[in-house]
Ligand binder design. Structure first.
Ligand code: ZN
Length: 233
């Protein structure tokens, strides 16, 4: 038996007592979920797996946004990246300047060493200290540069994943379903036959923006109205 044959076992807590919801196969066929009842008898009735599946599907539908939202959020991502990039570029320039300053000192130190103004031991000690300082500066600079390259790509990948999540979920096997849900949401609880879950960042922001946008679009708004929706969050 696969480790996660049941997609939602242990993923959802009972809304009455906080115990985990666990799966059980009945008549070798139907899968039911129920509260472990570890804190005493629990009033929540058994629930068919299909019902939970439907609820999680509905939750993920909240992330299925149209091209207008996709375009707008990508644009916002690029803009905020442009601002970040400016800060980073300034940071990189500062680190580079610091590096050059140390290099000048090192060159001067070397000349002093050649001219016999300083002792070899002093030269070695100082040179090593400054080279280490230079290495630290270069490490920081590389970090800035890598962050710069990944920011927009990562964001767009997350957006693509979010809008596909529902469709992926529908065709995935139990362990994949579980992994997807774990990635996208947390704190799932089940009470009176209703699922409550919290989207993790940044899916939470996407979901509220999407819902607000769908409502406003139904009321006749155009994509130019997306900005105030986004900024309100
Ligand atoms: Zn319970």
């Amino acid at each position: 038996m696969a480790k996660h044959e049941f997609a939602y076992s242990g993923l959802v807590n009972c809304g009455h007592c906080g115990c985990a919801l666990v799966a059980e196969r009945k008549k070798g066929k139907y899968v039911y979920y129920h509260c472990t009842g570890n804190k005493g008898k629990c009033s929540e009735p058994y629930t068919r797996e299909e019902v939970l599946e439907e609820c999680f599907g509905d939750l993920l539908k909240g992330l299925v946004f149209d091209d207008e939202v996709m375009d707008w959020v990508s644009e916002a991502l690029h803009q905020s990246n442009a601002v970040e990039k400016r800060f980073r570029d300034e940071g990189i320039a500062r680190l580079q300047a610091e590096h050059s300053k140390i290099q000048n000192r090192l060159d001067k130190l070397y000349e002093d060493r050649l001219d016999g103004f300083i002792e070899p031991a002093f030269f070695e000690r100082k040179a090593q200290e400054w080279r280490q300082a230079q290495k630290r500066l270069m490490d920081q600079k590389n970090e800035h540069q890598n962050a710069n390259d990944n920011y927009v790509d990562d964001g767009v990948r997350l957006l693509e994943l979010a809008r596909k999540a529902y469709f992926l979920f529908k065709k995935q096997n139990p362990s994949e379903k579980r992994r997807l849900l774990d990635f996208v949401c947390s704190n799932s609880t089940w009470k009176h036959g209703t699922l409550t879950a919290t989207f993790r960042q940044p899916f939470d922001l996407l979901a509220v923006t999407n819902t607000a946008w769908q409502n406003e679009k139904a009321a006749g708004a155009t994509s130019g109205d997306l900005r105030p929706i986004w900024l309100r969050r």
